[in-house]
Design a protein around this ligand. Structure first.
Ligand code: G
Ligand code: G
Ligand code: MN
Ligand code: NA
Length: 249
C-alpha cells in the first residue's frame, strides 16, 4: 500500500544499499569473499531486508531491485579490485527472480554487461527455493556453473532436500544454516548435525560454509570438522562498504 509506493520511490531515489559480511576460509583465516546484504536507507533509518523483501516480491519490484543488487555488487567488486582488494561477492537471489524464463542467461549478460568476468560474483539460492522446482533449478545451476559462477545453497538444512537431489545439484557449496551452528559444541545435537552435513557435502564433492559463527571456539571446531568457510559475528557483522574496506585493511 503506502510502503509499496515508497519502495518504488526508494529505487528511483537510490535509497537501497548493500552491506557486506566477510566470508573467511577457515584453514587460512583469510577473508576470501563477502556476502552482499540488501538494506534500505529510509530517511536515515536502515531497514533490514525481512521488513521489505516480502513486499518487493509481492509487487514485482524484486526483479528491478534484484538487477540493481547485481550491478551494484559488480561495481563494488571493480572498485575494490582497483584498490587492490580481490574478493568474490555473493548475491542472494529470490526464487521469484529465478522463475523468469532465461534467468541464468540474463544473469550472465547482466554481469558481462557490467564489464565483470565470472569468478568475482557468486550466487546464493535458498534450499527451499531449490526444492520448489528441482529440475529447473538444476538446469539454472548448471548454466551458472559452466559459466564459472560459484553457487551456494543458502540456509541448508531447513529445506528438506533429499540426498538423491543433493547428488545431482551442480553447486559449489552448502551454507549450513546458523540454526545448526548455534550452541555448538555444547549443543550435541547441533554438533552432530553439522558433522553429518560436512561429511555428506564432502562425499558429494561440495564445500561447506558455516553461518552464524559467533565464537573462536566454534571457528576452531568447524575447522577441525573439515568445514571450509565461515561467516558470523565472530569474524564480522554485515557493514557498509567503507567499513568493510577498513576491516579488510
Ligand atoms: O542481512 P540480514 O541477515 O538481515 O538478511 C536477512 C535475509 O534477507 C538473508 O537471509 C537473505 O536471504 C535476505 N536477503 C538479503 N539481501 C538480499 C537480496 O539482495 N536479495 C534477496 N532476495 N534476499 C536478500
Ligand atoms: O540467510 P542469510 O545467511 O543470507 O542471512 C544472513 C543473516 O544472518 C543476516 O541478517 C545477518 O545479520 C545474520 N547473521 C550473520 N551472522 C550472524 C551471527 O553470527 N549471528 C547471528 N545471530 N546472526 C547472524
Ligand atoms: Mn545468504
Ligand atoms: Na542463511
Amino acid at each position: 500500500v503506502k510502503l509499496r509506493t515508497e519502495l518504488r520511490r526508494a529505487l528511483e531515489r537510490e535509497e537501497f544499499l548493500l552491506y557486506y559480511q566477510p566470508k573467511v576460509e577457515l584453514r587460512t583465516e583469510k577473508v576470501v569473499g563477502a556476502e552482499a546484504l540488501l538494506r534500505w536507507n529510509r530517511g536515515g533509518e536502515i531497514v533490514p531486508p525481512i521488513k521489505f523483501i516480502p513486499l518487493l516480491e509481492e509487487s514485482e519490484l524484486i526483479h528491478e531491485v534484484g538487477e540493481w543488487v547485481v550491478r551494484e555488487a559488480c561495481r563494488q567488486a571493480q572498485e575494490w579490485r582497483s584498490k587492490g582488494i580481490e574478493l568474490s561477492i555473493a548475491v542472494n537471489v529470490s526464487p521469484l527472480q529465478m522463475k523468469v524464463p532465461l534467468f541464468a542467461e540474463s544473469f550472465m549478460m547482466l554481469i558481462f554487461g557490467c564489464g565483470e568476468g565470472s569468478g568475482s560474483i557468486e550466487v546464493e539460492i535458498t534450499e527451499s527455493a531449490v526444492m520448489e522446482d528441482v529440475e529447473r533449478m538444476i538446469e539454472i545451476l548448471k548454466i551458472l556453473t559452466v559459466r564459472g559462477i560459484r553457487t551456494y545453497i543458502d540456509d541448508f538444512g531447513t529445506g528438506y532436500s533429499s540426498l538423491a537431489y543433493l547428488k545431482k545439484l551442480p553447486v559449489y557449496a552448502l551454507k549450513i544454516d546458523r540454526e545448526f551452528v548455534k550452541g555448538i559444541p555444547q549443543d550435541e545435537d547441533n554438533l552432530e548435525i553439522v558433522k553429518a552435513t560436512v561429511n555428506i557435502a564432502k562425499s558429494f564433492g561440495l564445500k561447506t560454509v558455516a553461518e552464524g559463527v559467533e565464537t573462536r571456539e566454534q571457528a576452531e571446531i568447524l575447522k577441525e570438522l573439515g568445514c571450509d568457510y565461515a561467516q558470523g559475528y565472530y569474524f564480522g557483522k554485515p557493514v557498509p562498504p567503507e567499513e568493510f574496506e577498513s576491516y579488510i585493511r
